[in-house]
Design a protein around this ligand. Structure first.
Ligand SMILES: C[S@@+](CC[C@H](N)C(=O)[O-])C[C@H]1O[C@@H](n2cnc3c(N)ncnc32)[C@H](O)[C@@H]1O
Length: 458
């Protein structure tokens, strides 16, 4: 153990390695009681109003499997994004947001571009080389019974991709219509509530970018000013996600990466909300891809290797200066500037890279946990000061969100806080209450921002 680690240990900043990791537990019927009572009239089909312990556990395990099975559709959505926006397998332009909105309305140019991209993709996936995204796509195609290394497979690849692209674009338009309808019908509060469960039926996607981390940093600064949090020794990120390829601020010219756990340590240190070596960060995610990624980063860190993140800033977005300021300072408290990878010609993006030292990576630890149904049974002295969940709760209906809040309450110390950019239901008996919020605009686009709510554990 290094001198730094010994000191951190003495300060209580890192857990003893020998300490066994807690195993996730399902929410007990007793702890779910208030949520079941509050949602008595609108429980999901298959769940009794007054279940006994056995039937409750049976429902939870079945629901757990159903939720986890949504990851497959999320994988398909990631591959659709790669086909539409990736640049590692084609020199054709990325689709624009406008083109994805009009493609089904017979925009010929968009249709031709999509088809050409699919054909380039089918050729590339035949021989993926060391491209990890194409390797992932190859494994995904095999699950459809298509062997991408078979030269005769290209027609089937085109069909599968077209089907999925149609589905994703159709879903996207339905979400846009739902938002427009909510805008017409109500005030900004009810729009926020409508947005907060928008993806309740969607595949569980892993997408991430630097944006929500800026909203979290702003929220933490305000929470500190309000005197609600002083020192964070133990934190958790629920669903940090992976930056795979996205139409907004996500690209495939750099290795797949995670950002949020590092962004959180960076912000807490910048705001002097944690000691010099802290905090520990529990990574709570039901995705094996996320957990494996963190596990590999940890294994590398134990061998002394750093973790380098690339932080892209789209050039076609009219960013507000505060967002650009955050982009520029991202990582300054946890690493050193590194040589950024160059985007391919024609890709309008500025890049920065940050080399994060192994001491910071070793603050992370991962748990396989479905926060809707499970929690870590932490001893009182190991309970968390802070949990963050951005773009996670939006995948659930209010009943499931309320169960998640109960699980979160069980992992937080009294006075600990959850930050979420979704509105979550208040349930009598669940000891989590909203105590404030922070609105952050990212760019001049009035729809491009986040509202982060602060929930306090009573
Ligand atoms: C869209 S990503 C959001 C990533 C990041 N938080 C952000 O805001 O950019 C959703 C993440 O939440 C995870 N997730 C979804 N449902 C979850 C659940 N019930 N329990 C734990 N993790 C979940 C996914 O696996 C993924 O890592």
């Amino acid at each position: 153990m290094t001198r730094r680690e010994l000191l951190a240990l003495a300060l209580g900043c890192i857990p003893l390695r020998a300490q066994p990791a807690e195993r996730p537990e399902y929410l007990s019927l007793a702890d779910a009681r208030h949520v079941l009572e509050s949602f008595a009239g609108e429980l999901p089909t298959g769940l009794d109003r007054a279940p006994d312990t056995a039937s409750w556990l049976k429902w939870e395990t079945a629901r757990d499997q159903e939720i986890r099975s949504r990851l497959k559709r999320g994988d398909a959505d990631s591959i659709v994004n790669l086909v539409l926006f990736g640049t590692s397998f084609t020199t054709r332009p990325r689709l624009t947001a406008k083109q994805t909105e009009t493609a089904e309305d017979d925009s010929e140019a968009a249709g031709r571009l999509i088809l050409a991209r699919i054909q380039d993709f089918a050729r590339a996936v035949f021989n993926p080389g060391r491209n990890e995204r194409l390797q992932f796509a190859g494994a995904w195609l095999k699950e459809y019974g298509i062997d991408p290394s078979d030269p005769a497979a290209d027609k089937r690849i085109v069909v599968v991709l077209l089907e999925n692209i149609r589905r994703v674009l159709g879903e996207q338009r339905a979400y846009n219509r739902a938002i427009d309808a909510a805008k017409q019908a109500g005030d900004s509060g009810s729009l926020f509530v409508a947005r907060s469960s928008l993806y309740r039926d969607r595949g569980l996607s892993l997408d991430t970018s630097f944006r929500p981390n800026y909203a979290i940093e702003r929220s933490l600064a305000e929470i500190k000013s309000a005197g609600l949090l002083r020192q964070i020794r133990r934190a958790a990120v629920i669903g940090p996600g992976l930056d795979f390829t996205d139409k907004r601020s996500g690209y495939d010219f750099y290795p797949i990466q995670t950002l949020q756990p590092f962004a959180l340590v960076d912000s807490l240190r910048r705001l002097r909300l944690t000691e010099a070596f802290g905090p520990t960060v529990e990574i709570v995610d039901l995705s094996a891809r996320v957990r494996d990624h963190v596990r590999d980063a940890l294994a590398q860190a134990r061998k002394g290797s750093a973790y380098t993140v690339q932080v892209p800033l789209d050039q076609d977005t009219r960013w507000l200066p505060e967002t650009t300021g955050y982009w520029r300072r991202f990582g300054s408290e946890i690493g050193t500037s590194a040589q950024a990878l160059s985007p391919p010609p024609g890709v309008e993006v500025r890049t920065r890279a940050v080399r994060i030292g192994p001491d910071v990576v070793k603050l992370l630890r991962g748990a396989d946990l479905n926060v809707v149904l499970q929690h870590l049974p932490l001893a009182e002295d190991r309970k968390l000061d802070l949990m963050i969940a951005t773009n996670v709760m939006v995948y659930y209906e209010p009943f499931e969100q309320a169960l998640a809040l109960q699980n979160i309450a069980g992992m937080l110390r009294p006075g600990g806080m959850l930050l979420s950019n979704n509105a979550l239901p208040e349930v009598k008996g669940v000891p989590m209450r909203p105590v404030g919020g922070t609105s952050v605009a990212y760019s001049e686009d009035p729809d491009d921002g986040d509202h982060v709510l602060w929930y306090k554990r009573a």
